[in-house]
Write a protein that binds this ligand. Structure first.
Ligand SMILES: NC(=O)C1=CN([C@@H]2O[C@H](COP(=O)(O)OP(=O)(O)OC[C@H]3O[C@@H](n4cnc5c(N)ncnc54)[C@H](O)[C@@H]3O)[C@@H](O)[C@H]2O)C=CC1
Ligand SMILES: O=C(CO)COP(=O)(O)O
Length: 336
């Protein structure tokens, strides 16, 4: 694949790791961040990014805090901002956006307050003819920055766009699989964050590997259940962006969502736990949105609901997890 000019919008750990990975592969990357002092620091330092220790910037990577000219100069955008900043970033890009610009994103979450999926926000703000794609799957920023093997899906309702994006960003350490199951990939990526908090809580309480495996299994059925609202097939959750990311974040302490849960299970207050992590914990927002969706559609998704109650209503973690594990009808997931 010949080198491309790609703009990564959002200079947190994930946007930075993806920018570094693609620049190493020979692409010309501009990394935009909204915080001028952070960008200034990156320009001076060129390495030792916060949360990605020891990551040097290749010469094909430049950083900027100028959004307008960045959007103007690129026909391939990759949004890496947290879900709460997704719509406002798109709106800021809109005036400079060219007709055929690829709008891709690596954000995982529902829109705060509306519960919309990211592709719904893209269509609402930029129109239904936008060339759009999501990149999602089990992919810790730290491991991508360390050049460790990673496999993700590139999802778009237009499989030609998914294939084009997958071909551009694929390299020997970053495997990409095009898929048309966009909504499933978005739901998987947002839901696993809530479920990782739940798994962390269980582990923080010392409930062990059996309980964790039960939560992961039952969590998958909740993903599938939510997917029914969006007409997603059950099998569309069995790939990298569904079960793959669910297993990763529920089992490894590089997950911030899991680490938040661990601390809650150990008795820490939520604000203290958030402060210790110091980065986005998308599952906190997603739990509120999924709770609202469950109320709207009368869905029975006990893990997500109990996690919401712990996060927002002060329910004691041990009461919640014991309740979950005691529910007779949860004894075996019914996926058919
Ligand atoms: N870190 C990871 O391993 C992965 C993260 N993700 C997703 O990527 C998204 C971003 O997460 P991280 O980079 O990890 O978070 P982070 O906490 O490392 O960084 C978030 C960044 O967003 C910036 N930001 C906050 N408000 C903003 C705004 N209004 N406009 C522009 N930028 C703003 C912050 O300054 C910060 O640099 C999340 O949706 C997350 O779920 C997805 C896969 C892997
Ligand atoms: O999405 C991720 C890995 O695929 C990162 O998970 P956390 O946000 O829980 O760290």
């Amino acid at each position: 694949m010949s080198p491309k000019k790609i703009a990564v919008l959002g200079a947190g750990s994930w946007g930075t790791a993806m920018a570094v990975m693609m620049a190493r592969a020979g692409h010309h990357i501009t990394l935009w961040g909204h915080n001028p002092s952070h960008i200034k620091q990156l320009k001076i330092d060129n390495s030792n990014v916060e949360f990605l220790p020891g990551t040097d910037f290749p010469s094909t990577l430049s950083v900027t805090d100028q959004l307008e000219e960045t959007v103007e100069e690129h026909d391939f955008l990759m949004l890496a901002v947290p879900s709460h900043a997704f719509r406002q970033t798109l709106l800021k890009c809109k005036p400079q956006l060219k007709k055929d610009t690829i709008v891709s994103w690596i954000t995982k979450g529902f829109e705060t307050g509306t519960g919309l999926l990211a592709h719904e926000i893209v269509i609402e703000t930029l129109g239904k003819d936008t060339k759009l794609a999501l990149i999602s799957g089990p992919s810790f920023a730290l491991e991508v920055a360390d050049n460790l093997p990673t496999a993700v899906v590139v999802a778009s309702t237009d499989i030609e766009v998914a294939t084009e994006v997958a071909d551009i960003i694929r390299n020997s350490n970053f495997l990409t699989f095009p898929t048309k199951h966009l909504a499933s990939a978005e739901i998987g990526g947002a839901m696993k964050n809530i479920l990782a908090i739940a798994a962390g809580i269980s582990d923080g309480l010392g409930y062990g590997a059996n309980a964790r495996a039960a939560l992961i299994t039952l969590g998958l059925t909740e993903m599938v259940q939510l997917g029914h609202v969006y007409n997603c097939s059950e099998s569309s959750f069995l790939g990298l962006a569904g079960v793959g990311d669910l297993v990763l974040t529920c089992t490894d302490n590089k997950s911030r969502n899991r680490r938040l849960g661990l601390q809650l299970g150990q008795g820490k207050k939520i604000d203290d736990a958030k402060q210790t992590i110091g980065q986005e914990v998308e599952g906190i927002h997603a739990a509120r949105e999924v709770h609202a969706i469950c109320e709207k559609w009368s869905l029975d998704m006990p893990i997500c609901i109990q996690t919401y109650r712990i996060l927002y209503e002060g329910l004691a973690p041990d009461v919640a997890v014991r309740y979950l594990l005691s529910r007779a009808q949860l004894a075996e997931p019914q996926l058919d």
